[in-house]
Design a protein around this ligand. Structure first.
Ligand SMILES: [Zn+2]
Length: 311
C-alpha cells in the first residue's frame, strides 16, 4: 500500500432523534449533551461502524469485544478495532491498539430538545388495570425519549500500516546505546488493501446508532475533507470549524497547507445541504480555488479516491 495514513473530517446533518442516550433513568432516555449541544460518543460510533462491517463482510466477523479472539489473520474485527483480552495465551498478545481512531460526533449548533412518549404495551397487548380482578396484571409502561436534530462534526484516522500487520515492540537491555527500543511490523494478512476497502465501506455506510427504528437518520457525511499521507497524524481533525453558522475558510486553508506540505493528498466533497453551514457556496469556491485540494463529484466519489490510494 502506498499511503500509510488515511483520514477524514466531516460535517453531517442528522435528523431528529436520540442517537446515543445518556445515563437517564428507567423512564427517561436523555440526550448526551455537551453544553447545549448533543454529541454521539466515539464508542457508539465505532459500534455502528463495526455493525456495518459485520453486515457487509461475508466471513471473519463473528468475534465479540467481550471475548476477543486476537487472531488477526482470521478476524477482521480484532484487526480493525483492536482488542484487549487478558485470557489469551502466548503467542497471541493480550491486546492490540486500534488502527482506527474516531472522535465523538459533536453538535455544532445550540439545540432545541423535545420529548417523545413511548408506550410499551404489557404482555398480552393493551389492557387497563381494571380489566384484571386480582390487580396483579402487568400494566402498560410509559417511557420518554429526548429528541433533537443537529449538524455533527467528527473525524476518523486510520493507521494503514497496522492493518493486517502485528506490531511487536522490543526492548534491548544489552546496554548498547542506540538499540534500546525497536518496533517491528509482521504481516499476517495477505490482502491488506481488501481489508481497508471493507473498513472504508463500513465507515461510509455506518448507520447502526440508537433509535433508528423510530427515529431513522442519515449519518453519511454531507461535507468531507479527506486526506492520504505518508506519515500518520491527526491534523485533518482541525480542518472544519463552524463559528456562528459559518465555516472558517482561512482555518481550513491553513490546515490543508500542513496536510499537503510533505506530499499528502487532500480531497473535498459535499452533498448539497445548506443546513450544514451558512457559507456553503463560499467554502466550495475556496476549495475549488485551492491548488492543494481536489474537489470530488460526490461524497461517495471521495471514499473511492481514498480506496484508490491502496492500489
Ligand atoms: Zn477477534
Amino acid at each position: 500500500m502506498t499511503q500509510s495514513a488515511l483520514g477524514m473530517a466531516y460535517l453531517t446533518h442528522a435528523q431528529l432523534g436520540n442517537h446515543n442516550a445518556g445515563e437517564g433513568s428507567k423512564q427517561l432516555s436523555d440526550l448526551k449533551m455537551y453544553g447545549n449541544r448533543p454529541y454521539i460518543s466515539g464508542q457508539a460510533y465505532r459500534h455502528a461502524i463495526r455493525e456495518a462491517i459485520q453486515d457487509s463482510a461475508e466471513e471473519n466477523v463473528e468475534c465479540t469485544p467481550q471475548d476477543a479472539c486476537g487472531d488477526l489473520e482470521n478476524c477482521l474485527l480484532c484487526d480493525i478495532f483492536g482488542y484487549m483480552n487478558m485470557d489469551l495465551d502466548e503467542p497471541t498478545p493480550e491486546k492490540r491498539v486500534s488502527p482506527l481512531r474516531v472522535t465523538p460526533l459533536v453538535g455544532q449548533y445550540d439545540a432545541d430538545v423535545t420529548t417523545d412518549m413511548i408506550l410499551q404495551y404489557a404482555p398480552g397487548g393493551s389492557r387497563k388495570k381494571d380489566d384484571d380482578d386480582d390487580g396483579n396484571a402487568e400494566e402498560n409502561k410509559i417511557g420518554y425519549r429526548e429528541l433533537t436534530d443537529n449538524v455533527y462534526k467528527g473525524a476518523w484516522m486510520l493507521d494503514c500500516d497496522s492493518i493486517g500487520q502485528r506490531e511487536r515492540e522490543g526492548f534491548d537491555d544489552d546496554n548498547e546505546p542506540g538499540h534500546r527500543y525497536e518496533r517491528d511490523l509482521d504481516t499476517v494478512v495477505e490482502d491488506r488493501p481488501e481489508r481497508v476497502q471493507i473498513l472504508l465501506d463500513g465507515l461510509k455506510n455506518a448507520s447502526g446508532l440508537a433509535g433508528q427504528a423510530r427515529h431513522m437518520a442519515d449519518f453519511m457525511p454531507d461535507v468531507v475533507v479527506a486526506t492520504a499521507n505518508d506519515t500518520y497524524s491527526q491534523r485533518v481533525t482541525n480542518t472544519l470549524h463552524i463559528e456562528d453558522g459559518e465555516l472558517n475558510i482561512p482555518a481550513f486553508e491553513s490546515v490543508v497547507e500542513d496536510l499537503t506540505h510533505d506530499g499528502g493528498d487532500v480531497w473535498v466533497a459535499g452533498t448539497h445541504n445548506p443546513t450544514v453551514m451558512d457559507n456553503w457556496d463560499a467554502f466550495f469556491d475556496a476549495a475549488e480555488a485551492d491548488e492543494n485540494v481536489t474537489v470530488c463529484d460526490s461524497v461517495s466519489d471521495c471514499y473511492d479516491k481514498l480506496a484508490a490510494t491502496l492500489d
